[in-house]
Design a protein around this ligand. Sequence first.
Ligand code: CP
Length: 338
Amino acid sequence: MTSTTPLIEPGRFPAGRLAFPHAHLTGIGHLERHEILFLLAAAEEWVKLNREGEKRREILAGRTIINAFFENSTRTLLSFEIAGKRLGADVVNMAAATSSLKKGETLLDTAITLSAMRPDAIVIRHGSSGAPQLIAQKVDCPVVNAGDGSHEHPTQGLLDALALREALKRRGDASEDFTGLTVTICGDILHSRVARSNILCLQAMGASVRLCAPPALMPAGIEAMGVEPFYDFDAALDGVDVVMMLRLQTERMAGRFIPSAREYHHLYGLTRSRLANAASHALVMHPGPMNRGVEIDSEVADMIDRSIITQQVEMGVAIRMACLDVLTRERRGVEGWS
Ligand code: CP
């Protein structure tokens, strides 16, 4: 595979740059259905590579990627680092905790400083909604949103879609999209960028989305997104094909939103008996990190025939490889992308 080899067979998507005309990936909300499918198809190629012994391709050799994470991360940071390295790039992780932000430097000055080092992509996670979009306006390279406040986590939405599609494929469903599927997302919807990106991605791919949360953790007016809100978890699970559980984001909560973790688990925790309300084939997802015994029981999280939580992590590397590849094609002079 060379930097000029198209990854996708011709005719399936618009050609070249038209397949993904965006300079940055700041949210799923900006993407068309065919652009999502294009990224998923690109990632499928990287899933194959990642399962081989020799996992390196040099398409980003000589390129530099900066991971600037201003919030904690295990999965996203590591998988972006692995993704960049598997593509042959030099990957630098900025340690936000020991950066000059602590000396009062603004986010924009930090972004301009990073840009002056001429990276080929900047991956940013930040606690403020809109921070990656702001930075994208100030730098000369693609910016990837690795999670901004309660707004979006686009690569999580994409990797969840890929993991779900792969799981359905393993069961013999070769559909490219999720038409006819009903997904329940349950947990702290109010603070969840994962929920937002997943709602947008699942709907773009044809799924119906139900949301379930305690009233205090359900955003007002969420119906405008075309979802069905529930406050009773058993009703929300009735007959669904997929259950996606979210943790309580206590770090974003000012004050008490739930009486206790014990009571939350009683009402909104996914237990084996509660899962029986869903379709008998229902798959279980969780973006991590999990709080076992709060939003999900271990015996559900670890069900080998139903839980695809580990596969979600695996797909994260492939999706991030696809995003770094596609977003840097123009500057790499890939045919049809300039
Ligand atoms: N799902 C997710 O974003 O996990 P991390 O916070 O560990 O990156």
